[in-house]
Design a protein around this ligand. Structure first.
Ligand SMILES: *[C@@H]1O[C@H](CO)[C@@H](O)[C@H](O)[C@H]1NC(C)=O
Ligand SMILES: *[C@@H]1O[C@H](CO)[C@@H](O)[C@H](O)[C@H]1NC(C)=O
Ligand SMILES: *[C@@H]1O[C@H](CO)[C@@H](O)[C@H](O)[C@H]1NC(C)=O
Length: 361
C-alpha cells in the first residue's frame, strides 16, 4: 500500500538532474545578468523609476531684429532702462574647446565669468589644471575671468569616495568665489556646466526685462559628441537666478519653471579621443565604464561617428514609448543653423563639432 522504494528513487533521480541543471544554469544566468544588468535595469526603468514632476514650460519668443521692448512684452514682462549685470558661474573640468565657444558667445552680456577648477576629478584622480595652463586662449575676455582653484581630495584604492560628494563640495566652493567676484543683489547668475550654453539672445532678454521669475531653468537642446547629433530637448539642469543673499549654487531641480529653447547642451563634445577617455573616467558616472575595452580609442572613434552610446547603455527614459523611440544610433543631422556664432565663424578650427566632422585627431 505504501509507495514502494522504487517510486522514491524514480522521483529522486529527476530531482538530481534538476539539481545539476540548476547548478549549471544559475551561474550562466548570473553571468548574463551581470554583464547586461545595466541594460536590463534601464529597459525596465519605466517600471522602477518615476519621472520628475513636470515643468511649467514658458514659451520663448525671439527673432533677429525684433525690438527688446516688443520681446519683453511678448513674455508678459516690461523693458528696463538699464540691463542687469550678469555673472556666469561654471565648474570647469576639461571642456576647453566648448569653453572657448561659450565665452565669446556670452561675453557681450557677462560682467564676470566665474570659473572654479579642481586639481582632482570628481572621482578623486589628480588632474592637470587645464584652464590655468590655457588662460591665453581666453585673453579676449579682457580680465572678466575670475578663476578659483579647488583643492580636491585624492581617492586612494579602497576608499574611492563618492563622486557626487566631491561634486557637491565644488558647488559649495563656487559660492565664495562668486562673492569675491563682486556679485550683488539683483544681478543675474547663470548656474550651469561648461557644456550647457545659454544662447546669447536668451541672456540679453533676461537682462533687459523686468518681471522675470527669480529662478528659471533653461530648456536646452541636447547634443552628443557634436552638433551633428541632436538628441532631444531634455536638458533642464542649467538655471538663471536673480541673485539674493540666500542664493546657493546648485545643479539640480530648483523651481517648476523652465524657459523653452534657451540654448545648447553639447555632451562629450571633445576634439581629442584622450579627452573622451578622461571624461569617461573622471565624471560622476565613471562607474558606467564597466569594461576596459570601453576606453579603447578605435572603439570610441567608431561610436562617435555612428552616434552610438559610449557606455553601451540604453537611453534613460521614463516611458517605454520614449525608450523604444530613442533606442539605437542617434540620427545624423545636416543642420548647422542656429548654433553658436563663434562656432560658425571659426568652422575650420571646430570641424569636429559640425556635421560631417566626426573623425577626431
Ligand atoms: C537688422 O537691422 C539692421 C539695422 O536696422 C539692418 O541693417 C539689417 O539688415 C537687419 N537684419 C535683418 C535680418 O533684418
Ligand atoms: C591640490 O591643490 C592643493 C592646494 O594648492 C594642494 O595642497 C594639493 O596637494 C593639490 N592636490 C593635487 C592632487 O595636486
Ligand atoms: C581596440 O579595438 C580594436 C578593434 O575593436 C582592436 O583591434 C585593438 O587591438 C584594440 N586596442 C586595444 C589597445 O585594446
Amino acid at each position: 500500500m505504501a509507495p514502494c522504494p522504487l517510486g522514491l528513487t524514480s522521483r529522486r533521480f529527476p530531482r538530481k538532474l534538476q539539481f545539476i541543471a540548476f547548478l549549471i544554469l544559475v551561474p550562466i544566468g548570473m553571468i548574463v545578468i551581470s554583464n547586461h544588468s545595466n541594460k536590463i535595469s534601464y529597459f525596465f526603468r519605466p517600471l522602477w523609476d518615476n519621472p520628475p514632476p513636470p515643468f511649467k514650460r514658458l514659451p520663448h519668443f525671439y527673432a533677429e531684429n525684433v525690438s527688446m521692448e516688443h520681446l519683453c512684452k511678448l513674455h508678459g514682462w516690461s523693458i528696463r532702462s538699464q540691463p542687469r549685470r550678469d555673472f556666469d558661474g561654471i565648474i570647469f573640468s576639461n571642456e576647453l574647446d566648448i569653453l572657448e565657444i561659450r565665452c565669446p558667445e556670452l561675453n557681450p552680456y557677462v560682467t564676470k565669468f566665474v570659473i572654479l577648477e579642481s586639481n582632482t576629478t570628481f572621482t578623486g584622480i589628480p588632474k592637470p589644471l587645464f584652464f590655468s595652463s590655457n588662460q591665453d586662449r581666453f585673453a579676449f575676455t579682457e580680465g572678466k575671468i575670475v578663476h578659483g582653484l579647488f583643492p580636491g581630495r585624492i581617492a586612494y584604492l579602497g576608499s574611492p569616495g563618492n563622486p557626487f560628494d566631491l561634486e557637491s563640495e565644488q558647488r559649495k566652493a563656487i559660492n565664495g568665489l562668486l562673492h569675491n567676484a563682486g556679485i550683488t543683489d539683483d544681478d543675474l547668475l547663470i548656474m550651469s556646466d561648461t557644456d550647457e550654453i545659454p544662447s546669447p539672445h536668451t541672456v540679453k532678454l533676461l537682462q533687459w526685462c523686468d518681471g522675470i521669475p527669480p529662478i528659471l531653468h533653461f530648456e536646452l537642446r541636447n547634443y552628443l559628441y557634436s552638433f551633428e547629433f541632436p538628441v532631444d530637448y531634455s536638458s533642464w539642469r542649467a538655471t538663471i537666478h536673480i541673485y539674493n543673499p540666500g542664493t546657493l549654487y546648485r545643479h539640480s531641480r530648483q523651481t517648476d519653471l523652465i524657459l523653452s529653447d534657451a540654448g545648447w547642451h553639447c555632451s562629450f563634445c571633445f576634439r581629442h579621443l584622450h579627452e573622451f577617455v578622461f571624461k569617461m573616467t573622471a565624471y560622476s558616472h565613471a562607474d558606467r565604464v564597466r569594461r576596459r575595452e570601453f576606453l579603447n580609442y578605435s572603439r570610441i572613434q567608431k561610436l562617435i561617428c555612428s552616434g552610438d552610446d559610449l557606455f553601451d547603455m540604453l537611453p534613460e527614459e521614463y516611458t517605454f514609448k520614449e525608450l523604444i523611440k530613442k533606442m539605437g544610433s542617434i540620427p545624423h543631422s545636416g543642420s548647422a543653423v542656429h548654433l553658436p556664432a563663434y562656432l560658425i565663424e571659426n568652422a575650420d578650427k571646430f570641424r569636429f563639432l559640425l556635421p560631417g566632422g566626426c573623425l577626431r585627431e
